[in-house]
Ligand binder design. Structure first.
Ligand SMILES: *[C@@H]1O[C@H](CO)[C@@H](O)[C@H](O)[C@H]1NC(C)=O
Length: 235
């Protein structure tokens, strides 16, 4: 009798220890990178882009990713291989996601495949804070809060294929949000540097922008082209 009680207690302790270790590893990130992408620049490159005819993509930055990150800049990946992406859990968000978190890759990739990939690779690393539904809803809320095209246009920076000082783009976003973003550029087929991605940092709850411990730097020159908005249909 005594032995079996001790044994069951030991089991419980082991289970508790296992669970807390799981929680600790799942919580192991310090902030999110919230990354938005300019479709005009993604499409204006040698890799080109592929997008379905409907829904019509708005002329806005779209969501590129919501990535749990550590203060040293490293990115935990694939944190829960037992998780299963479940479309039914985000059925209320699909329409919104189609417009705001599309796949632009060629050959055309179904958006649902992109979301599943993003959840498994990145989302599961914030599972201790956000459920699958929360994760996608959080990204959509952040996108709504951070309307980059509006911010830039208010500062006279428009997607007109012209070149702008990189510092004026950073300043405009910092003025509007209170936080310095990171920006990443790609090159058009003629090798011109163009604004592709904007990085902002968000606390682990997913609700507040914060000062970034560090941002990607160096892929843009002193001036960058803000390419016109277009996407390639029918491919
Ligand atoms: C795109 O392709 C052209 C032709 O092959 C090449 O000259 C150019 O360097 C490529 N641009 C980039 C950014 O790789």
């Amino acid at each position: 009798m005594k032995l079996s009680i001790t044994y069951s207690l030991l089991c419980k302790l082991l289970i508790l220890q296992y669970l807390s270790a799981q929680c600790l590893s799942a919580q192991d990130f310090d902030f999110f990178y919230f990354i938005q992408q300019w479709p005009g620049a993604y499409c204006d490159s040698n890799q080109s882009c592929c997008y379905p005819i409907t829904p019509i993509l708005p002329a806005e930055f779209n969501i590129y990713g919501l990535r749990p990150t550590k203060n040293d800049g490293s990115t935990p990946l694939n944190c829960d291989i037992h998780s299963v992406f479940d479309k039914s859990k985000i059925s209320d968000l699909i329409e919104n996601l189609e417009l705001n978190w599309p796949s632009l890759r060629c050959p055309q990739l179904k958006s649902i495949k992109l979301w599943s990939h993003e959840w498994m690779k990145h989302g599961t690393c914030s599972e201790s804070k956000l459920t699958q539904h929360d994760y996608f809803q959080t990204a959509l809320k952040l996108k709504k809060k951070l309307n980059i095209i509006q911010i830039l246009e208010n500062a006279g920076i428009e997607p007109d294929d012209k070149f702008y000082d990189t510092s004026s783009i950073l300043d405009a976003i910092q003025q509007a949000t209170g936080f310095l973003p990171g920006i990443v550029c790609n090159r058009d087929p003629g090798l011109k540097s163009q604004l592709l991605k904007v990085y902002m940092c968000v606390d682990t709850s997913g609700s507040n922008f914060i000062e970034c411990p560090g941002v990607p730097m160096g892929s843009c020159g002193d001036t960058v082209q803000f390419s016109k908005f277009w996407v390639n249909l029918f491919c």
